[in-house]
Design a protein around this ligand. Structure first.
Ligand code: 9Z3
Length: 354
């Protein structure tokens, strides 16, 4: 147990112990070995060709509440940033390892006739464009897709791929756009079966669902019906542990020569730059890109992302990133650079000023 570790343990040993503990306690995804074999081949191939390679992580990590998972907590991410960035990296000649959440495409689908699934009309052109680019990149062996679902799947995959990228040195870029959960339910506290919302099963296990509830529950007027035969609703209290901060392990151990870009998502503009700078100082990697939730929501209206680039030894740089339009025509990213925060309300309606 981590709580048994003596308090004088140096921080680097603590990070290693937290890593060992986490990866031993949380089982790997069932396809990890297969993914590692594919990633190894892909990385070796591009390394031999002297090509630059990027690992793009994308989408939200889920936090299962049950081992046989019916319910889970999710992090906000549609996977747009990761997918769009992967496209730009491919255009720039990078080989792309795309570690992505599995459900990113669901928003773009609708039910078709006879139980079929088709792209929504408004997204069809964009999806066709993406599909063609995807097939082309895959056929040229420039793109490898690795899916994940839960936070522990993601961390196992990230660690394995980052370690495989070590021989690439600074030709390997890790671009961490996935929305990574900060909290999780450790397996030893996770219910095997679906968490029940009433006491019906307890009553049933005690010998039949007609048994009266215990005396203290009898006083609880519930479901607008005080009859003891009616199952009582239960509130759900979830006790989550913090996910260890593995960016330190990534920077220092898994891929110490790699170029590492992380993202910081906040909702409070007052703390964004501070949190981004703190992350950079703490983990000593190469770039933190800060973005604000409200402004991501405004993206559709403004077709622009204002965000801040925080890197070592440089002043903070606010940039406006035009949103790629749905026909897929590319406009260069980071067209406008400013050293001041961008007030989204000050931006013109319609096309970005680039
Ligand atoms: C981001 O901030 C991404 O830009 C978004 C992109 C998830 C907001 P969408 O997928 O959204 O286009 O809808 N990612 C957050 C990365 C993150 O969770 N970072 C962690 C942290 O800041 C660990 S590196 O602590």
């Amino acid at each position: 147990m981590l709580s048994d570790i003596p308090s004088e343990t140096p921080p680097e040993n603590l990070a290693a112990l937290a890593e060992d503990h986490y990866f031993a306690a949380n089982p790997p995804p069932k396809d990890l070995a297969k993914h590692v074999a594919l990633a190894r081949e892909f990385i070796n191939h591009h390394s031999a060709a002297g090509r630059r390679l990027v690992l793009v992580t994308s989408g939200g990590t889920t936090v299962p509440l049950e081992k046989q998972t019916v319910r889970f907590i999710d992090n906000f991410s549609a996977g747009t940033r990761g997918a769009t960035s992967a496209e730009y990296f491919l255009e720039a000649g990078y080989a792309v390892l795309f570690l992505h959440a599995t459900d990113c495409f669901l928003d773009f689908l609708r039910e078709g006739p006879n139980g079929s699934v088709v792209a929504r009309d408004e997204d069809a052109a964009k999806m066709l464009h993406v599909l063609r680019k995807y097939r082309d990149a895959r056929d040229r062996n420039m793109l490898l897709l690795l899916p994940f679902v839960s936070i522990s799947d993601y961390l196992h995959e990230l660690r394995s791929v980052a370690q495989l990228m070590r021989p690439l040195g600074p030709r390997g870029l890790l671009y961490l756009a996935a929305a990574v959960s900060d909290f999780f339910v450790p397996p030893d506290r996770m219910s095997e079966h679906k968490i029940q919302s009433t006491n019906a099963v307890e009553a049933f296990k005690k010998g039949g669902n007609t048994a009266p509830p215990p005396a203290n529950e009898e006083e609880t007027f519930d479901n607008f019906d005080s009859s003891p035969a009616v199952p009582r609703s239960k509130s759900l209290v979830i006790d989550l542990d913090p996910v260890p901060k593995f960016l330190k392990n990534l920077v220092e151990g898994w891929s110490p020569q790699g170029m590492i870009v992380s993202f910081k998502l906040e909702t409070d503009p007052a703390i964004l730059v501070h949190k981004a700078r703190y992350s950079l100082d703490r983990y000593q990697h190469h770039l933190v890109i800060g973005n604000l939730f409200a402004e991501l929501q405004l993206t559709v209206a403004l077709k622009i992302h204002p965000e801040v680039f925080v890197s070592p030894g440089s002043p903070d740089r606010w940039i406006r990133v035009p949103f790629r339009n749905s026909g897929g025509e590319s406009s260069a990213p980071a067209d406008t650079e400013k050293d001041e925060p961008v007030d989204p309300k000050s931006l013109p309606d319609g096309e970005p000023e680039v």
